[in-house]
Design a protein around this ligand. Structure first.
Ligand SMILES: C[S@@+](CC[C@H](N)C(=O)[O-])C[C@H]1O[C@@H](n2cnc3c(N)ncnc32)[C@H](O)[C@@H]1O
Length: 192
């Protein structure tokens, strides 16, 4: 297992290197139509890096970061509210958030389907989901997947086409964008 609880300093210092400019631009384009004070939950937030990038283009939204480890969350910026928890058991009421986002986090979740059912529960109807992760259909993505499994991580990496189909099964309308060996996915939830 990767010892995230003692890696907060490393992620807060070097984490931004895993976010290419095109991914940050995709995030800002995704956030652009949101209304002021929309509530955004960063799941598997680590040190809250995705919230920081989001805040650079939308400083009028409300940011909440969730992660299992205080050792990561303690590095989050002051504008971010932090909560300890896991994606598989989100400690929030149903329909609490306008937006959920996950940056390089989905592949660490032990039970992706349980996590996605929690995503659907806490998102408002017509809520939005943003995912950034490594593309398993590429050589580099596949290699990272193998490496993480050797470290004892779940290694739940996806080919974005496969993840798109999975999310459609949960009621999302989905668009994906390739960024070389990485991808972003933007989705809207249609639930009654
Ligand atoms: C590679 S880090 C990415 C952190 C952050 N999103 C970023 O982009 O810098 C993966 C994060 O997922 C978290 N994580 C691992 N298992 C999790 C789970 N079951 N639910 C939520 N977060 C989890 C880890 O603690 C870690 O902070």
């Amino acid at each position: 297992m990767i010892p995230f609880n003692i890696l907060g300093k490393v992620f807060s210092t070097f984490g931004h290197f895993i976010y290419p400019k095109s991914v940050r631009e995709a995030l800002c384009a995704f956030l652009e139509p949101l209304e002021k004070d929309a509530k955004v939950l960063d799941v598997g937030a680590g040190t809250g890096l995705l919230c920081e990038f989001a805040h650079e283009c939308r400083d009028d939204l409300v940011y909440v970061a969730l992660d299992p480890y205080e050792g990561m969350l303690k590095y989050a910026k002051d504008f971010v509210e932090t909560t300890i928890g896991t994606a598989e058991d989100l400690p929030f009421e149903k329909s609490s958030f306008d937006v959920l986002m996950m940056g390089e986090a989905l592949h660490h979740f032990k039970d992706v389907d349980l996590a996605l059912s929690e995503v659907v529960r806490v998102l408002k109807p017509e809520g939005k989901l943003f995912i950034y992760d490594f593309d398993k259909s590429t050589f580099r993505g596949k290699s990272i997947c193998k490496g993480e499994k050797l470290l004892g991580e779940p290694g739940n990496f996806f080919d974005p086409k496969v993840l798109k189909e999975k999310l459609q099964g949960y009621g999302f309308q989905v668009e994906t964008q390739n960024h070389a060996w990485r991808y972003t996915l933007c989705a809207t939830l249609h639930k009654s």
